[in-house]
Design a binder for this molecule. Sequence first.
Ligand SMILES: [Zn+2]
Length: 214
Amino acid sequence: MRSVIFLAPPLSGKGTFSDYLVENYGYKQISTGDILRKRMASDEKLASIMASGALVDDETIMDIVSDELKKISNEPFILDGIPRTLNQAEKLDEMLNKLNIKDILPIYIDVTKDNLIKRVTGRRVCPKCGKSYNIYSESFKPQEDSICDNCKVELTTRKDDNLESFLNRYEVFNSSTLKAIEYYKEKESLLVLDNNNEDQTEAIKVLEGAIHEH
Ligand SMILES: [Zn+2]
């Protein structure tokens, strides 16, 4: 099984694919975000960088990833949260070479900006049971407008589901990560995974085909 690197705009549905690979093929997930949050507890310098909202420098990120990769024996892995920039993509290649890890599949999850915006602005949550809906989606909208199917209470929006915060994150993605995506495209190793459809069956089929290649 080929290890994968996810390059994904916010809300593009990366979690579904990761979960699928972990559950069905025993992939090990290496998420730089999760690791950084764990390390903050014992690392004051790191904690202050993260609290300020600044990006953690490439060197720190690379050290973390290298430590995690060394712990892996033979199982396939998912890299999540890196590379965010062209520089990280190049450094990651060097590191993988050094560790003699070959045959990595970078995957760009392709969802149009319009569809991403619908996912953000259409999401509604039941305050009682936590069930999630999307008012713009035929398959995920509630039976009655703004009412939970199960509890019959009024649905609410989540605080972090606002358009402005999404557009900020999307802008960061566009300005930095797209260059990393171009880098993999030029090396002809990139899988562009279309995840615009609500039904992800087809996308999962494509993903499964790709991890079995070689
Ligand atoms: Zn409910």
